[in-house]
Design a protein around this ligand. Structure first.
Ligand code: ATP
Ligand code: MG
Length: 417
């Protein structure tokens, strides 16, 4: 993409009411636009990142047998009544609305009930199970506090997967696979080293739910980490009994602030009982389907990456989710510089490398460097009269202080490596 074609521009300042570092940087760099408190739009650069995050999640969900669907965001009151979740006292973040004929509707907060109801048309016998169904779908939540930028918004996309198994043993088998798939997602997105499987409350049917918590001062949760075991306990369930149960010890647990980037938990038969999702066993007996729920917020994940991987100059994207791999910076309006930069842009594109080309005119080198650092693309290639005199292209990683001059073969080798 040529940067001169990009309609977004970098900004010197984020809106005065923006307090979260992730949103400040993402707004200044042109990835997102703030529509109102807790509501953000994704712009071309931001959409590229969110799509990459979603693709990583999609690959991992497909690898454990997930089947992708998209359910609707409009939901009937009747879907929620059997589990008593239409009640505002039970679920206090509803956005509700009505049809012209007064029928009450809700904007999806989550989809356990809707997914269970949908599956009733397809499950009859033990032969139809297990199935694991997921989506990337918009949730609406009237969150009271929305001060964490894109980490907590009132409208957001969630990857939610629901597992439907014949019994607890079959459920547990999938649950363990999902745990591993989640670890892969966070590792591939560049925050694996800061993310811990965390024992938390909310396990109505199992003792715990499992959260994936990433350590950051921007988080809203407190967790206690056992570094050597790679696990943590959420403050909400942190007590002597739980510590002992998990075979941990107070001495090795370190308190940290963290954000929940994902969670998985056993629903057992709460929804299948309430909504009557049953199947016939081999002996003809009728049984409730055994369920689990598995969520990740791609937007929250993106915000978390920005929180933990940035410096005073801007964002530092991991290659796996960066909007582009390389940022070509053409400096000055020397004809040879332009011709060389254009040719490099074409060459890299032909090799399937994702390139952003800063071909903007009338800007100082300093302004282009500052923009490149703010946007945070992993590799920067400068083409200037000086680099040409020195024999080629000046390449450096976003995290490196100084670049080095290389020729085209060396450059493609670096970028393919
Ligand atoms: P929290 O305790 O942070 O409110 P939650 O328990 O409500 O999270 P779930 O309903 O289980 O979370 O949602 C699954 C995932 O969706 C979360 O792990 C998180 O990544 C993401 N998520 C939840 N709420 C939001 C939100 N308001 N904005 C963005 N992402 C969210
Ligand atoms: Mg919540």
């Amino acid at each position: 993409m040529k940067q001169s074609h990009l309609f977004t521009k970098t900004k010197k300042e984020a809106p005065a009411d923006e307090v979260a570092k992730n949103a400040e940087l993402l707004i200044k760099a042109g990835f997102i636009n703030k529509e109102m408190a807790g509501v953000y739009s994704y712009l071309p650069l931001g959409l590229r990142v969110i799509n990459k995050i979603q693709n990583i999640i999609r690959e991992e969900m497909n690898a454990i047998g997930g089947q992708e669907v998209t359910l609707t965001a409009l939901q009937e009151k009747a879907t929620w009544e059997p589990t008593n979740q239409w009640d505002d006292a039970e679920v206090d973040v509803w956005f509700k609305t009505k049809l012209k004929n007064e029928t009450e509707l809700g904007l999806a907060v989550t989809h356990e009930a809707a997914m269970t109801k949908m599956l009733k048309s397809f499950v009859e016998s033990y032969r139809d199970l297990p199935v694991n169904i997921y989506q990337f779908q918009t949730k609406f939540r009237n969150e009271t506090r929305a001060k964490s930028g894109i980490m907590r918004t009132r409208e957001f996309i969630m990857k939610d997967l629901y597992s439907f198994s014949k019994d607890e043993a079959e459920h547990n088998e999938f649950y363990e696979k999902a745990k591993e798939a989640y670890k892969n997602v966070f590792k591939r997105a560049g925050i694996g080293h800061l993310t811990y499987l965390t024992f938390a409350s909310g396990g109505m049917f199992s003792k715990f739910s499992h959260e994936f918590q990433t350590i950051t001062s921007a988080g809203e949760d407190i967790i206690y980490v056992d570094e050597s075991k790679g696990i943590a306990i959420n403050k909400e369930v942190y007590n002597d009994e739980v510590i002992a149960n998990l075979g941990l010890s107070k001495e090795t647990l370190v308190e940290n602030r963290a954000v929940e980037v994902g969670n998985i938990f056993t629903l057992a038969t709460r929804f299948s009982d309430a909504l009557n999702l049953k199947y016939k066993t081999e002996t003809g007996e009728e049984k409730s389907v055994f369920m689990g729920s598995y969520g990740i917020g791609p937007g929250r994940l993106m915000g978390t990456v920005v929180e933990v991987l940035s410096d005073d100059k801007g964002i530092i994207w991991p290659e796996s989710i960066a909007p582009f791999k390389v940022h070509i910076l053409e400096l000055g309006d020397d004809m040879e510089v332009k011709t060389t930069a254009n040719a490099l842009y074409a060459t890299l594109q032909s090799k399937g490398i994702e390139v952003m080309y800063d071909d903007r005119t009338g800007m100082s080198a300093g302004e282009k460097f500052a923009d490149a650092d703010l946007i945070g693309i992993p590799y920067r290639v400068v083409i200037s009269p000086r680099s040409l005199k020195d024999g080629g292209y000046e390449v450096k990683k976003r995290t490196e202080g100084k670049g080095k001059i290389v020729n085209i073969d060396e450059l493609t080798e670096i970028l393919n490596g």
